[in-house]
Design a protein around this ligand. Sequence first.
Ligand code: ATP
Length: 256
Amino acid sequence: MTGIPRDHPRYESLITREKIIDGIHMGITSQQGLVAQGRGEAFDYLIGERTTESAAFAERAAVAHILLAKNPIISVNGNTAALVPESLVALADVTGAMLEVNLFHRSDARVHKIIEHLKANGAGKVLGGKGDKRLGLSHDRAIVDEEGIFSADVVLVPLEDGDRCQKLVEMEKTVITIDLNPLSRTSLSATISIVDNVTRALENMIQFAKDMKHDSRESLQEVIDSYENNKVIPDALYAIQEKLKQQSEERGIQWI
Ligand code: ATP
């Protein structure tokens, strides 16, 4: 990592960029991942680089779903492996979910590098290396493990692409997404749409899981029943509008 000073006003975002670039050098992140990160960063700026109250509700409901699931799977791509390997492992550990590597720009070499990277960060068994089932999509994100995503009842898919998200929903799985763009096909089609940075979302979810893991099934079900995913997108758009308004006013620009 380069020496970015801690007091730099954009420290977090610069460190995040460095992690993605390191991921590319390590052969776990694709170059396209850099572009995806840029898009996410732009939306994070608009949302105010914070977890909104609405996103926190979604994260709590997501954790309740994972804790109640029979076969919960956390899907890992090249960006999340570079950005949050320890958090992915910690969330899997505390909830009992399995990790599965699943890539849009797939090569066996990259899948195995990510599996090794997760193991170096404390993971036990990691799925994704078999790729013995297809989901009926033309691209490589269709390739999944039979014992993993294919048979999962609940799937957490951070930074997912819209096609596969829709396919997983069609298969009647509970699909939890983490995507900073509230208008992406992914956010619009998920069962639980977490509009937050994956770095913050996973940290929050680990804490929620620690707090909730001994709760009764009834009380976890209540968290799910009281959650309304159709409010998440309007809430995120409202947060963006308010942020833009505030920024405009601070800079003496008239808000229309
Ligand atoms: P869709 O197919 O759902 O419309 P897309 O084609 O717009 O998605 P992709 O390139 O497949 O986007 O995936 C990148 C998505 O991940 C973008 O919506 C981007 O906002 C989001 N994203 C990127 N980095 C992060 C991050 N660190 N945390 C959360 N979301 C992120």
